[in-house]
Design a protein around this ligand. Structure first.
Ligand code: NAD
Length: 486
């Protein structure tokens, strides 16, 4: 059984709270580890270590040296690839091939991209006239913000955590990561890599625990934390923003979504089905950018529903090591209950269940896992819960539409604004839709195609700020202006 320790000031420690919590396998419910639970003392120790690191050699390191270290971290993850795959697979229960092809390589890629970004983004400079005719020159410099609290979810633990840690460190900050209590593995392992490649102690810290009245809450309340970056539920973001108001700390939020896919009758069916088949069911539907609302132009509706049903029914649930597995479990029993409650609610609200709606029959060794069936509904009213609330499970509602104006109204009728996917071969229509749908990220004829230099984030209740490329630098640095009288 694995022991997940805190990583504070370059060393693994159980802390002083004496508390631990259990970590269970999503695919069979077995106890796989015990994690140390941090309290105020552990958070305080991590904050002090991070502040000391900022005053030490780390705070004086050149951009080039930091950039080289970030590349070394990426290489360190790649060197320990199998360990990261095993840790993430054990925590999330998702198939090995997904870890190997996407989640772990992307964790390493995050360090590489920000190693480049910090070296290559220029700051602005303005010359200005003065009454004496000599003029003045303004130029801007970027300084790290200080100690950053990084609060992470469980759905793609390494990828989402490094998406914040990599730019924060590349910009010269120190971080304290509070991983999700469901997935402590890869954040802990990254501590080993940080030591292996020579990242100074105190620069990267990890404190395990829960949210309110535990490590997460204590971290966001700590006066020694200069800014907080968070990915998770919108409701949690509200609580964190309240904590951050004390001391006027800056926040960057990647929150929930209720994302649309809009399919016009002229869409390429193969492209559309491949994309929506993934966006609705990948990672057992636990992707913030996932599609839970599909709008299909009426002439294509019946054909589309039948074809998506076929895709859903072809998914094979199974153990993460089984090469035939294409569909994993949900993260926890608690989340499974939430998803199944939406399955029941949809039926009570009059949905036609096209496929799924329940729990798959699993072999005995997997029977204790958090399994649910991929599920497609039609026929729900626009104001029903399953059409409006983020479920975060492998399910979607498919609804027909007749006009562009109608579907724009339907897609925008949500408190969320994270992402949308538009499927059409009419270029003008695609551009019109991209302008009209109120989201931070729009894909045309694709889904989850990510260039890490582009702005990433949601509007409305889906987030505050943008991360990616230069936009991450906006959050992780203070931009200072220097005015030189000539
Ligand atoms: P969550 O909000 O329940 O938990 C996220 C993290 O916050 C955990 O580490 C948790 O311990 C901590 N936390 C909870 N309450 C806290 C508090 N009061 N103070 C400080 N920390 C606290 O989210 P989750 O269930 O882990 O993740 C799923 C959610 O994340 C979904 O809503 C999903 O849409 C969202 N998400 C968004 C993005 C994005 O980029 N927009 C990406 C992935 C996931």
């Amino acid at each position: 059984m694995t022991q997940f320790m805190h990583f504070i000031d370059g060393a693994f420690t159980a802390g002083t709270s004496g508390k631990t919590f259990e970590c269970r396998s999503p695919h069979n419910g077995a106890l796989i580890g015990l994690a140390a639970e941090g309290g105020r003392a552990e958070v305080d120790a991590a904050v002090q270590a991070a502040r000391a690191a900022m005053r030490g050699p780390w705070g004086r390191m050149s951009v080039e040296e930091r950039s080289d270290l970030m590349r070394a971290v990426a290489d360190g993850i790649t060197r320990r690839f199998d360990d990261f795959v095993a840790a993430e697979m054990a925590d999330t229960g998702q198939p090995r091939k997904m870890m190997e092809h996407a989640f772990i390589p992307r964790g390493a890629a995050n360090f590489k991209i920000f190693a480049d970004v910090v070296k290559n983004v220029a700051t602005e400079s303005f010359q200005m006239p003065t009454p004496d005719g000599r003029g003045a020159l303004n130029y801007a410099i970027r300084k790290p913000k200080g100690v950053i609290g990084v609060i992470c979810p469980w759905n793609a633990p390494l990828l989402l955590m490094t998406w914040k840690v990599a730019p924060a460190l590349a910009c010269g900050n120190a971080v304290i990561v509070k991983p999700s209590e469901e997935t402590p593995g890869t954040a802990t392992l990254l501590g080993e890599v940080m030591n292996e490649v020579g990242v100074p102690r105190g620069v990267y810290n990890v404190v395990h625990g829960f949210g309110p009245n535990s490590a997460g809450g204590f971290l966001t309340e700590h006066a020694g934390v200069d800014a907080i970056t968070f990915t998770g539920e919108t409701r949690t973001g509200t609580a964190i923003m309240k904590a951050a108001a004390e001391g006027l700390r800056d926040v960057s939020f990647e929150l929930g979504g209720k994302n649309s896919a809009i399919v016009f009758a002229d869409a390429d069916m193969d492209v559309t089905l491949e994309a929506i088949g993934r966006s609705a069911f990948l990672n057992c539907g636990q992707v913030c950018l996932g599609t839970e609302r599909v709008f299909v132009e009426r002439p294509l509706f019946e054909r589309f529903v039948a074809a998506l049903k076929e895709r859903a029914e072809a998914l094979k649930p199974g153990g993460p090591e089984d090469a035939g597995t294409s569909f994993g479990p949900l993260i926890s029993q608690e989340h499974r209950e939430k998803v199944l409650s939406y399955y029941a609610r949809a039926v009570a609200d009059g949905a036609t269940v096209v496929t799924g709606g329940g729990v798959p029959e699993m072999p005995e060794e997997l029977a204790g896992g958090n399994w649910v069936q991929p599920t497609i509904w039609t026929g729900l009213a626009d104001d029903s819960a399953a059409v409006n609330e983020e479920i975060f499970g492998p399910c979607c509602h498919v609804r027909p539409f007749d006009t562009e104006d109608e579907v724009i109204g339907l897609a925008n009728d949500t408190e969320y604004g994270l992402s949308a996917s538009i499927f059409t071969t009419d270029l003008s229509c695609a551009h019109r839709m991209a302008e009209a749908i109120d989201v931070g990220i729009t894909w045309i004829n694709s889904w989850f195609l990510r260039d890490l230099r582009t702005p990433f984030g949601g509007s409305k209740h889906s987030g505050i700020g943008r991360e990616g490329g230069v936009h991450s630098l906006e959050f992780y640095t203070e931009l200072r202006n220097v005015c030189v009288k000539l």
